[in-house]
Design a protein around this ligand. Structure first.
Ligand SMILES: O=P(O)(O)OC[C@H]1O[C@H](OP(=O)(O)OP(=O)(O)O)[C@H](O)[C@@H]1O
Length: 338
């Protein structure tokens, strides 16, 4: 049985040092360090510079652009374990590979399942914030290790309450209803949800319902992810057509790929994000809620093996995904995927 906080090392992957320091400070834990670089042939060198023996090691790695750093993350986990860590956890404020959750066209990899199997095979626990659980009920449908799913809506709500007068919280699509309703309820603001049709990776249409009853309000577009940015760009373009001011944008995961931030910014009054993904727009810190989750998990992790379940057979995974969308009836956006 382990004790909460006893022998815990917060160990950041490159680019996560600031967040890891905040976590360590919030929990009163040791912050560690590792060294990693590329060999001339492109392979990864990795060395853990801190003593991990008998400690609970929390590797901190936001997973935006995961293909660039996933192997070194797995190498770090394996190294920590082989150096005697008593448990190795993944703290991933942004959890990648949650959006390809079905085989939309024949032959596609269901990467959310594959990624979950890889993570589950290397870590004892996963702690993350607002994973994109659109068609999955919970991370336990994917991950075979214990997981903690945290929510940034209360923190975004508090930022909006402190910084925006008369906000109207707007979600760009039906799925965002869960976040915008939670934000609106916390601060007593009205909310509305737009209609989105996705045609491809960088191609969405947004339609506004009649929002005239809230015309005096400051629109605040809230969503879980800004990736290509097209969802928010299209929504921000539509609002002035109904006489609204330029919106404030508040997102949990500000990935802002492909210069999308620069394209979105002129359409907005202000853009803010949580620090789940490091970005200049970060205005809402998550370290305190993640530190609480680590401490809470440490209190009941006496037998992590007890929580583990075996991975699902791959055949079942693939069958489940493809049966939901047979080739004769693909979803509408598959034609425009680039
Ligand atoms: O910045 P973008 O590239 O537009 O991506 C961000 C949007 O994509 C996601 O929804 P998505 O349309 O993928 O719906 P899904 O729930 O079906 O995955 C997410 O909830 C955002 O609304």
């Amino acid at each position: 049985m382990t004790r909460a906080g006893a022998g815990r090392l917060i160990l950041p992957l490159p680019g996560n040092e600031t967040f890891a320091r905040q976590l360590a400070d919030a929990g009163g834990w040791e912050a560690g360090a590792l060294e990693t670089r590329r060999f001339p042939d492109g392979e990864t060198y990795l060395r853990i510079l801190s003593d991990v023996k008998d400690k609970a090691v929390d590797l901190v790695a936001t997973l935006a652009r995961p293909d660039d750093g996933f192997l070194r993350l797995i190498f770090a986990a394996d190294a920590a374990r082989s150096l005697g860590a008593r448990e190795v956890n993944l703290i991933a404020p942004y959890l990648s590979y949650m959006r390809q959750d079905r085989r939309f066209q024949p032959g596609e990899a269901v990467t959310s399942k594959s990624f979950a199997r890889l993570v589950s095979s290397s870590f004892d626990r996963l702690i993350t914030v607002d994973p994109h659980l659109h068609r999955y009920p919970a991370l336990s449908a994917l991950y075979t290790i214990p997981t903690n799913t945290l929510h940034a809506a209360p923190l975004l709500a508090d930022w909006i309450a402190a910084n925006v007068d008369s906000p109207l919280i707007i979600g760009p699509d039906e799925e965002s209803e869960q976040w915008v309703s939670a934000i609106a309820a916390r601060i007593g603001a009205p909310h509305a949800v737009l209609r989105k049709v996705r045609h491809g990776d960088r191609d969405v249409d947004i339609a506004l319902p009649d929002l005239s009853e809230w015309r005096g309000c400051q629109p605040v577009l809230a969503d879980d992810i800004a990736s290509s940015g097209h969802t928010l760009i299209e929504a921000a373009r539509q609002l002035p057509l109904q006489g609204f001011a330029r919106p404030v944008v508040a997102v949990v995961h500000g990935i802002f790929a492909e210069e999308s931030f620069q394209r979105l910014a002129p359409l907005c009054d202000r853009i803010v994000s949580s620090d789940a993904v490091p970005h200049d727009s970060n205005a809402v810190g998550l370290a305190s809620i993640i530190a609480e989750a680590i401490a809470s998990a440490a209190g009941d992790d006496g037998d992590l093996v007890r929580h583990r379940r075996p991975p699902e057979p791959l055949d079942e995974i693939e069958q489940a995904g493809f049966d939901s969308f047979p080739a004769s009836d693909p979803p509408p956006w598959t034609g425009g995927v680039t």
